[in-house]
Design a protein around this ligand. Sequence first.
Ligand SMILES: NC(=O)c1ccc[n+]([C@@H]2O[C@H](COP(=O)([O-])OP(=O)(O)OC[C@H]3O[C@@H](n4cnc5c(N)ncnc54)[C@H](OP(=O)(O)O)[C@@H]3O)[C@@H](O)[C@H]2O)c1
Length: 322
Amino acid sequence: MSTMRAAVVDPAGQPPRVIDRALPPAGEGEVRVTVTAAPITPLDLLCASGTSYFGVPACPYVPGVQGVGRLDDGTPVWFPTDAGMKPGDGSMAEHAVVPAADLARLPENVDHRLVAALGLSAVAAWNALLERGELAAGEQVLVLGAGGVVGQAAIQIAKLHGARRVIAAARSSAAQERAHQAGADSVVAVYEQDDVMSLARRLGDAADGPVDLVLDPLFGVAAAAALRTLRIGGRLVNLGSAAAETAPFDSATLRSRSLRVLGYTNNELTAAQKAVTVSEIADHVAAGRLRTAYEAVPLEAAAEAWQRQATGTIQGRIVLTV
Ligand SMILES: NC(=O)c1ccc[n+]([C@@H]2O[C@H](COP(=O)([O-])OP(=O)(O)OC[C@H]3O[C@@H](n4cnc5c(N)ncnc54)[C@H](OP(=O)(O)O)[C@@H]3O)[C@@H](O)[C@H]2O)c1
């Protein structure tokens, strides 16, 4: 076999088309993975748009910054790629070639689709809460964007690490239900027309006293409202701008309680560091302690699935199955 089926972006800004593509050869220190599951994430679309801070990607290329599959000996693995950020191919194909050192070995019994669905979103939730956010047992955590994959993972990870109470905020009733399913103690509805003070009041009412740590993939009004719920010395970790690029908070809110507003990106992690966190996440998945809503779609339907991700008409992560 010298060709494989692959989703290919060409040109940037267009959804991928599934075509035959030459089977990639493995070079020095690389291995070929037979892909079983590859998620379509906001980062994949951003990279392929040509408008991200990574610049316009070299086309044609196979998108997919992460995937799950098997090595030739059957070993199940998760792998990251630089697709769309640097020249080279990603995970949305029958095969991917990756540096052997970048792989995370997975438990034999783990659900590949679920690990793919959680992937780097769960890595971000994990490190933003535990490393940047310094979550301590007994703390109260507020998770914004709680119906997204970052949010659902954050609720469960906070609980697994001893948070005494997790409050979740989400927009649609379906997103609120996902937050409930993830184990939030209280779920607050967020509305398009919310202003900072009214949302801050509702979040405060749902909290059991001042909040210790906010996990924020949204920014905008929700982040500004969440800051107002924090205790003296409380922390907000921002890892995305799904709602807005800027947020309306004032100096008095920050300085009156010596708040800490922190940023987080997975891009600071080496591939090996990502793999270490994925291994921990996969152990929790295999044990049934960590999950997220996802929809499995065959690779051949990648273009239509990509469009649905772009228009936001999905309920949970789309995972391409190969
Ligand atoms: N810094 C990092 O390393 C890193 C890593 C992974 C992800 N992220 C970022 O984190 C964000 C969430 O990622 P994800 O994987 O959870 O994505 P996702 O599963 O696609 O979920 C998107 C989330 O954004 C919310 N959202 C979208 N538009 C919104 C708006 N206009 N107002 C309020 N909420 C809005 C959704 O809320 P509903 O559920 O209520 O619809 C949902 O919670 C993305 O911006 C992503 O780029 C950053």
